[in-house]
Design a binder for this molecule. Structure first.
Ligand code: SD4
Length: 331
């Protein structure tokens, strides 16, 4: 059954908090410092990624190092076929990658349409730390990576080449499938991760090969600051997964952070950003979008259009998967 706007507003506290973007943050219930760190990431492959991040966080390390190390686990894993090495190629058979990273001071780095580099997130971090720019793309991003010691690698595995050939034979048109990651077990999705370290520093990372068999040259939301990821170290962070076109048109992650700035909880803020998509994008029913959010206080939340969006959470008292609130309910 479809969630109506009224039942959706009643379920969350959006009706009370309002949707204005002009007010200043009211603090959400504060965690005490000894309840930190916290790490949250998208999908089931977030579980091992969170573990890698936690090793750094638990030892008092920096959230930026944690999110980079965390998402690198998915980038290196050929069984995660929508991120890094072993990813599904685009329609022309090329693996092209998008990634971005943000720190607690609002510094940002990103790469788009990057080929041949196994860890685009580390290139995005270098763009942030070594250049006066935010984003490098295509050949320029590759050249920058090679000049900075990254090796050129073959990212298309024989399995994915075979799958691409089968796809080509059928000559299917590109069309994003809802919750494709739940239909094919090996086919998970973008990894987006947010972490808050023991010092209260909040950072985020996002890395993907984008939509399977996308048009050659297509760039998604994941490297776009404010769309696939946004962090304001004084408020919180948010990150996205799903059909990037919907997230880009609504600048979803920025919107979630602005809703938190306005006093909403992370959960309400994610639901409000999903509500915005349903109001603005006529064919939203055909797509999946999921948001995760982490407030500066340590509180987390998530929401999606379709049911089935799982996210991985690790705190001192919890480690596991949770399912996000969905606009469409499973009943
Ligand atoms: C994109 N948001 O490129 C990414 C891919 C993704 O579910 O998360 N797909 O649009």
């Amino acid at each position: 059954m479809k969630t109506t706007r009224r039942s959706f507003l009643a379920k969350t506290s959006l009706g009370i908090a309002g949707l204005s973007l002009t007010k200043v943050a009211a603090p959400v219930s504060l965690f005490s410092k000894n309840e930190l760190p916290v790490v949250i990431s998208t999908w089931r492959h977030g579980l091992p990624a969170n573990e890698a991040a936690w090793e750094i966080l638990a030892n008092g390390g920096y959230a930026l190092d944690a999110v980079e190390a965390g998402v690198k686990v998915s980038e290196a894993d050929p069984n995660v076929t929508t991120v890094g090495y072993g990813a599904i190629p685009d329609a022309s058979g090329k693996v092209t990658l998008d990634a971005c990273i943000m720190d607690e001071k609002g510094r940002a780095g990103s790469v788009a349409y990057l080929q041949h580099i196994k860890h685009p997130i580390s290139v995005a971090r270098l763009v942030m730390e070594k250049t006066p720019h935010v984003m490098l793309s295509g050949k320029g991003a590759l050249q920058f990576a090679l000049e900075n010691g990254f090796g050129k690698e073959k990212l298309l595995t024989p399995e994915m080449r075979k799958r691409w050939k089968e796809w080509k034979k059928e000559e299917r048109q590109f069309s994003p499938e809802i919750n494709i990651e739940n239909k094919r077990l090996e086919n998970h999705d973008t990894i987006s991760m947010l972490a808050l370290d023991k010092e209260g520093r909040l950072c985020g990372a996002c890395t993907t090969s984008g939509l399977a068999f996308k048009m050659h040259g297509r760039v998604g939301d994941s490297p776009i600051i404010g769309a696939g990821l946004f962090v304001d170290g004084e408020i919180g962070g948010a990150a996205a997964t799903g059909t990037g076109e919907l997230v880009m048109k609504t600048l979803g992650s920025f919107l979630v952070v602005e809703f938190m700035r306005n006093g909403m909880s992370p959960s309400d803020a994610c639901n409000a950003a999903i509500l915005r998509i349903t109001e603005k994008i006529p064919d939203y029913q055909e797509h999946q979008v999921g948001f995760i959010a982490l407030h500066k206080s340590g509180e987390t939340g998530a929401a999606s259009i379709q049911p089935g969006f799982e996210y991985a959470l690790k705190t001192k008292n919890f480690a596991g998967l949770k399912e996000a609130d969905a606009w469409f309910k499973k009943w």
